[in-house]
Ligand binder design. Sequence first.
Ligand code: PEP
Ligand code: MG
Length: 594
Amino acid sequence: MIVLAKASNLSFTLHGIPVTNGIAIGRALRIAPSAMDVKHYLVEPGSEQKEEKRLLDAFQVVRQELKTLRASLPEAAPEEMGAFLDVHGMILADPTLTEKPLELIREKRYNAEWALATQLENLLEQFAEIEDAYLRERASDIRQVVERVMKVLHLGEDHQTIGSFYKTVSENRELSEVIVVAHDIAPPDMLRFKELAFGGFVTDLGGKTSHTAIVARSLDIPAAVGVRSASELIRQDDWIIIDGDRGIVIVDPSEFILEEYRHLQSARKLEKKKLLRLKYTPTLTLDGQPIDLMANVEMPDDAALALDSGAVGIGLFRSEFLFMNRQGKMPDEEEQFWAYRKTAEAMKGLPVSIRTIDIGADKPLDINENGSAQYLSPLGLRAIRWSLSEPDMFLVQIRAILRASVFGKIKILIPMLAHAQEIDQTLELIELAKKQLDDEGVAFDPSIQVGAMIEIPAAALSLPLFITRLDFLSIGTNDLIQYTLAIDRADNAVAHLYDPLHPAVLRLIAGVIREAKAAKMPISVCGEMAGDASMTRVLLGMGLTDFSLHFNQLLSVKQEILRSDAGHLRQSVDELLSAIEPAEIQAVFEKINA
Ligand code: PEP
Ligand code: MG
């Protein structure tokens, strides 16, 4: 039905998972997976003919290549081999493949690679609809021929990634009006988008707390992930509305709908502006309970923004982002030291918790050659497990953090601990790094605090192991929910089961806060739940006083805190924790937020 509506150019709506609040209106910029490793740019006006010739020359080289191959086939070669080369020759001679890209160069100034990739996609789409299996399979021949041409075009060219692709294309457009549509955007690629304030993005894959979604949230741009076939159904330059609150994507909206959303968009902007008035208001509940709002950051440059938003520290520096997009080359001690030092100095003496590298699962270090990311099992060698399996690398990071610790109030936060021996091994490595630095006469904070992320149910249920060994704790609700409910947080197929209000989740979080508080152990929440204003009252009612969240969510959470009576909420949250049926939980939750 959706496809019919599309064919007649009617508006249609796609549903996905909301990632950030707000509304984006703009034109689609499709990034097809096949286009990931293809160079994209608009050629200079007047250079169209030159670019056409570049493509025609490449066609000619491949034509010649195929002829030579055909002529040099040994007698004993199987017959199909010759037929296969003939088919490729015919494809290359077919104007369906060759003329459209030339037209795209002439009329849209696409570079040759982009023009060819675009036509390849069009043809592949058409082939996918062919019923005859034999003919349908000819699609792979077309792809192979195009790859040959691409190779010739690429000769001596650098590998280009999604970020530079976007940058070159966007030079010719108003960024805020560009909506990126892709099958998936891996965190390393999202990171590149940090420099570019585009309007929004839509992906087929992803879940609410996938790291792609988290980076989008930190960019504060409306986005919808898990919008299953978006990248197939949305065409280049289609008008799109992203309703980030509801995870809805409206394609080719009518003038009437467009106008409605433009109004909504201005209203949202106004609301945001109004929130700025709270920037310097002390964060206290109605009954006078002071609350600390800290920031989650990905890069040192985020620190200044965090401070500006009124954060009283950095509760989570996701250091793994420093390690991404490096083509396998890790940042050395010096580079890491400067990154941590810069962050600490930018925070002007406020606390900064640097979480040691949390790589694995949906956070690959790199994008591989074909432009895709290799995701690993969330149950595998991730975070501290990986660090402990690579002690030399881990020691480099700890030394860098320790050295930076004299330039601010730095703490070390360890991700994904579950076992006593993991804590002990980590602490031993920290001691070793301290000893090395001591021997070298290098300064560091000898009483640097070390804390743990509580993000595995096993950790939440064995808190004394942590309390007796460490200085502070921070609940990672994203992983705690993932591991408690056994749902891969990046997998849109199970995203509907992601439920912060599941009684098991609520009880685990409340239990950790209660137990830590009773032991006078500093406890915070740094998962996405801390930045979700609809969960603020629940967390306050559980006794939480330290939140760490994206700085652009800080004021809306602060607004909730200012309106809340923590004492009152304790009772309602007790009621929430004793409820077990979803309807009952929902009713108490609504009452809490009423
Ligand atoms: C979490 O798991 O809640 C968390 C804060 O860490 P990350 O999202 O980086 O896994
Ligand atoms: Mg985590």
